[in-house]
Design a protein around this ligand. Structure first.
Ligand SMILES: [Zn+2]
Length: 501
């Protein structure tokens, strides 16, 4: 089986074969560090995190490079607003970006170069472009000459003459052509600057991706990713700079992620629907946010809303239910009675695990269809739940072992999607509201949601012994309000997620 990817450059799906067998060289445009990242940015970074994880799962060694744009007009503007140094603003938001990526369980890149640490290489590329006749100098600024590169427009499917009409509106008299863009900008007073053959200045934004990818991955690397709103002009300009400088193709596969809307509208501060990743993660655990986003194909537009986050929370609970039930069954191994389950059930569950792996790989091989892959995972969850119900696994540790292979497959595949399925971690297990209910009904004062549930169950057991039915019912109703139910078994009571899927 081979992986097929949609390549923006060829406008179709193509078989993916890296330039070097078994090794993938991949670059994704990183953030400009002038603010906290919003959930639209987060979706793009999540997309390429999952693509990278899947390529690794399929046995490739992935070298993943992502830049940090730490010198830029937006950073300088922010620094001026706050009366601070631009470098301090960039350092703060670089740290915030790394923390946000970590909070969303996004693996760090293999290399993460900063623009300000790559200045000599940038000057080198600009010099090569100037001496090759692809760039010219005006008053300390250096511009790329778009007309000097015949392939301009091939990624976005635009032609230079059409583009020219749009560009004439905002014409800079010093440029030879309205489409030409800055490679190097002469320093204005108070701005960060570095010495160059053209005077003190700083690099243009488009330049750094061309320079860093060449430095870290070489010429003609495998995958370049980013959001679809970067296709023009950013990625078009990257191609022009790199191919003009090297005379060789820049990238083999261009992958672009779809955009994100909030409540079916473009996210904007004026509409009041602007959501920062860090704020969302304060209320929803990372696996829930990942699950929501991965239910949509990465190239399609994604609608983000609090309702959808709540739906994803319930879906995440469903994913964990069989794992949680299985662990419970094993913990109670010594006290449960045995029930006979037919021998053929062993192969039934093993087959379901194998089929799920196949269906998962088939979906992901088709341009990283995470929605299809998740559908396969949910099928396995249903099979496991059905098996446990039919053979009373909740009460029968002996047959719980028959589900180990399926549980391993479930954890493994969720791991490929970066969805944490740790049932003992406490994260994502019971909602934080359980702490309040446990405090009111059981006098529990800690912060461990699992211990809170145990306290509630003990309080209910005591109430039942004392025939205090209102108190026992209050515990049951409190737990039901969180979407869970209490199940009474021969070996004691436990809390299960109520959905029967
Ligand atoms: Zn870029």
């Amino acid at each position: 089986m081979t992986i097929r990817v949609y390549n923006t450059l060829s406008r179709g799906k193509q078989e993916f074969t890296p330039r070097e067998p078994g090794v993938v060289a991949m670059y994704v445009c990183g953030p400009t560090v002038y603010n906290h990242i919003h959930i639209g940015n987060a979706r793009t970074f999540l997309t390429f995190d999952v693509i990278r994880r899947y390529l690794e799962y399929r046995g490739f060694a992935v070298r993943f490079v992502q830049n940090i744009t730490d010198v830029d007009d937006k950073i300088i503007a922010r620094a001026n607003e706050e009366g601070r140094d631009a470098a301090a603003v960039a350092a703060d938001y670089t740290l915030a970006f790394r923390q946000a990526m970590d909070a969303l369980d996004i693996a760090p890149p293999t290399v993460q170069p900063k623009a300000t640490e790559t200045i000599p290489q940038m000057i080198d590329m600009v010099s090569r472009l100037v001496s090759g006749g692809h760039a010219y100098v005006v008053d300390g600024d250096v511009y790329f000459s778009v007309r000097s590169f015949p392939g301009y427009g091939k990624l976005s499917g635009r032609n230079v003459d059409e583009l020219e009409v749009g560009a004439r509106v905002d014409v800079d008299e010093r440029k030879q052509d309205p489409l030409d863009f800055a490679l190097w900008k002469a320093a204005k007073p108070g701005e960060p600057h570095w010495a160059s053959p053209w005077g003190e200045g700083r690099p243009g934004w488009h330049l750094e991706c061309s320079v860093m990818s060449e430095a870290e991955l070489g010429i003609t690397f495998d995958i370049h990713g980013g959001a679809s709103d970067l296709i023009f002009p950013h990625h078009e300009n990257e191609i022009a700079q790199s191919e003009a400088a090297t005379g060789r193709p820049f990238v083999r596969y261009w992958l672009h992620g779809g955009l994100l809307q909030v409540n079916a509208e473009k996210m904007s501060k004026s509409l009041g629907n602007f959501m920062l990743l860090k704020d969302v993660l304060e209320h929803y655990p990372a696996p829930v946010v990942r699950l929501l986003m991965l239910q949509t194909h990465y190239r399609s537009p994604l609608d983000f809303s609090v309702d959808r986050l709540d739906e994803a929370s319930r879906a995440y609970e469903r994913l964990l239910t069989p794992l949680r039930n299985l662990e419970w069954a094993k913990r109670n191994r010594s006290v449960v009675a045995e029930i006979q389950a037919p021998a053929e059930t062993e192969s039934l569950v093993a087959d379901a695990a194998a089929q799920t792996r196949d269906a998962f790989v088939e979906a992901m091989d088709d341009d990283f269809n995470t929605a299809g892959a998740l559908a396969a995972v949910f099928d396995l969850v249903r099979t496991m739940n059905g098996f446990m119900e039919r053979y009373g696994i909740g009460n029968n540790a002996r047959y719980a072992g028959r589900l180990d292979g399926a549980a391993d497959a479930l954890r493994e595949l969720l791991g490929v999607l970066g969805i944490d399925a740790g049932t003992r971690s406490g994260r994502g297990e019971y909602p934080p509201e359980v702490l309040e209910i446990a405090r009111d009904l059981a006098g529990y004062v800690g912060t461990d949601t699992e211990a809170a549930v145990e306290a509630l169950l003990s309080a209910r057991a005591v109430a039942r012994t004392e025939r205090n039915w209102p108190a026992a019912d209050a515990v049951r109703d409190g737990i039901a309000a969180l979407g869970f139910a209490i199940e009474d078994t021969p070996s004691g009571s436990r809390v299960v997620y109520r959905s029967g899927s």
